[in-house]
Design a protein around this ligand. Structure first.
Ligand code: 5GP
Length: 125
């Protein structure tokens, strides 16, 4: 089951409180972006909203207009700042168990730096 209540002890909440360091790419009023600790691609950055949202549907239902706009603006700004716009990049958000979401604080992965292939790996349905 996907968690419904926000866990204040999750690793990204701890990063936001400054209890755990991160390799920061960008920070503003609504978002924090930092390099993934286990990069899957040459460029692998996580962008998280500062508010306590478990996943995208929680964020879209609970966050204010300024937070939502600010967060998505930050995702685009981070892509530009990383210099990946010309070659291209992929954003991805894992939400819930079937998507193997590990950290229950909404986040967007920004993958770039190589040919990423098409969409997700084909598997048996
Ligand atoms: P998810 O599977 O939830 O979409 O992805 C969580 C991501 O967070 C993983 O790619 C994982 O490597 C990353 N991660 C987990 N713990 C830490 C940490 O302490 N610091 C950083 N920078 N990334 C982390």
């Amino acid at each position: 089951m996907a968690p419904t209540a926000y866990d204040e002890g999750n690793i990204f909440a701890r990063i936001l409180r400054g209890e755990i360091p991160c390799n920061k790419v960008h920070e503003d009023k609504h978002a924090l972006a930092f390099h993934d600790i286990h990069p899957q691609t040459p460029v692998h950055v996580l962008v998280i909203p500062k508010g306590p949202y478990v996943s995208l549907e929680d964020f879209s239902a609970q966050a204010g207009e300024a937070e939502i706009a600010g967060f998505w603006r930050a995702v685009g700004l981070v892509a530009r700042q990383l210099g990946v716009v010309e070659r291209g990049y992929r954003i991805l958000a894992n939400c819930g168990p079937d998507a193997h979401q590990e950290v229950p604080h909404f986040h967007v992965h920004v993958f770039a730096g190589k040919d990423l292939g098409r969409m997700i790996k084909p598997r048996d349905k």
